[in-house]
Design a protein around this ligand. Structure first.
Ligand code: DSN
Length: 429
């Protein structure tokens, strides 16, 4: 049979995407690239199989290696983050959040969260899983100068609201959230402290940010594919047996049936990359973010967190109101093959959602392919050329594509040759 056009179309689109993103400066703060070794273990027969339940207590046959790998990777993650209980079954950060929120407030109730415009994640909000579970989130006050939770205001609110739980962590996350101070008031009112570390999981492994579990957080929820450069997925970690007993009964059967088994081995390799290369990688990520923020600031951009050193993470936030707002700026930069996203800033009102004041920049992926401070200077200059010098984005794109050719290999990983393996080749044009 001749290959139908429809088949060619799907193959073509995949090739186009793969080729294009290798020619782009990818600065979406919630993304990353997996290493060739992670790709190799990801692409396996595990992806065809089912294994509901906990290791060695399954509802399916044929799971002997799934059980072993899941247990092994749970232990690796537990060792990396100092957690006694690790659940890798949530297939995303949102699923991990849903399971924890439901376990903590099965009949609904009140919670306190980071406000959406301060970076709070949609799953923490009334529009997302929190709202669907009939839990009413109260937004903690946020301080724009320090780009962090206003601790005094938050303590006051938590005392008044008396929530069942408090969620720290956010999608715009420039500085570590104050677990220690919030934990004290949580204890006073009997609330559980959850910290959604999705954005900074890799930075915690690399010890450039404190581990919330060591500073009072009761439960960590996370995705596994942002600064932690693993396959897309979720994880829950805690040291509380009492809480974990409740949570694990909710993960399955409420939020997950099968848990996408090929993620497990791939997440394990990523945990080992973090164990052996994590500190070097995380330090470079933060150095790069700071450098990019400084350069943009020197060009006259309104970079947030000016009085507190701009950032301690992989992210930089810039107010681009004077260039038309986050939406047109992000679209124009995309024409130059610079991919980042529009973002609400703490002072934005809900009507600004379609064209917020800001853009959010994340440097973790470009760090992973070998970029350092000097490359951040080049990226800042590309952004300046498009937004300040008003050069044609199509012209700047030619320079971006040329520049990007030098950075194609994933760093901070193991060499396939040392394992006698060869790389999977992605479809490309
Ligand atoms: N909304 C994603 C982000 O970009 O931060 C996280 O799920």
């Amino acid at each position: 049979m001749p290959v139908p056009e429809e088949v060619l179309k799907v193959v073509e689109l995949t090739k186009k995407h793969n080729t294009w993103r290798k020619k782009c400066i990818n600065l979406i703060a919630s993304e990353n690239v997996t290493s060739p070794l992670v790709d190799l273990v990801y692409l396996s027969d595990f992806m065809h199989r089912y294994a509901e339940g906990m290791p060695f207590k399954r509802f399916y046959q044929g799971t002997r290696y799934v059980d072993e790998v899941e247990t092994y990777v749970m232990n690796l993650m537990g060792e990396l983050y100092g957690a006694k209980y690790v659940d890798l079954r949530p297939i995303s950060g949102t699923t991990a959040n849903g399971a924890v929120f439901y376990a903590l407030a099965p009949e609904g109730g009140k919670s306190c969260i980071v406000k959406l415009s301060g970076g709070g994640h949609v799953s923490h909000s009334k529009y997302g899983i929190m709202g669907a579970l009939k839990i009413t989130p109260h937004e903690l006050p946020f301080d724009v100068e320090t780009m962090n939770i206003d601790i005094d205001g938050a303590v006051k609110m938590i005392r008044e609201v008396k929530p069942k739980f408090v969620v720290l962590g956010a999608s715009l996350y420039l500085f570590p959230h104050p677990d220690k101070e919030i934990k004290e008031v949580c204890e006073e009112v009997g609330a559980v402290l959850v910290h959604d570390v999705a954005h900074v999981l890799g930075l915690i492994a690399g010890r450039v940010l404190p581990n919330p579990l060591e500073r009072g957080a009761d439960v960590l929820t996370s995705s596994t594919h942002k600064t932690f450069p693993g396959p897309q997925g979720g994880v829950i970690m805690t040291n509380s047996e009492k809480l974990y007993k409740k949570i694990k009964k909710v993960v399955f059967p409420v939020f997950v049936s099968n848990h996408h088994l090929h993620r497990l081995a791939a997440t394990g390799i990523t945990a080992l990359e973090m164990k052996y290369f994590g500190e070097e990688y995380a330090r470079q990520v933060v150095r790069n973010a700071k450098r990019l923020a400084e350069r943009l600031y020197e060009y006259g951009f309104k970079v947030l967190g000016e009085k507190v050193g701009f950032t301690q993470t992989h992210q930089v936030a810039v107010d681009v109101t004077e260039y038309g707002g986050g939406a047109p700026v992000a679209e124009t930069l995309e024409k130059a093959n610079i991919i980042l996203n529009k973002n609400m800033l703490p002072y934005d009102t809900p009507d600004k959602i379609k064209n917020p004041s800001g853009i959010r920049i994340g440097v973790q992926e470009m760090t992973r392919i070998g970029m350092k401070e000097s490359e951040m200077d080049v990226i800042a200059e590309f952004i300046k050329k498009v937004l300040l010098d008003k050069k044609s984005p199509e012209e700047v794109k030619k320079e971006v594509v040329e520049f990007r050719k030098q950075y194609q290999k994933v760093h901070y990983t193991f060499d396939l040759k040392d394992l006698g393996l060869s790389e999977i080749v992605y479809l490309s044009e």
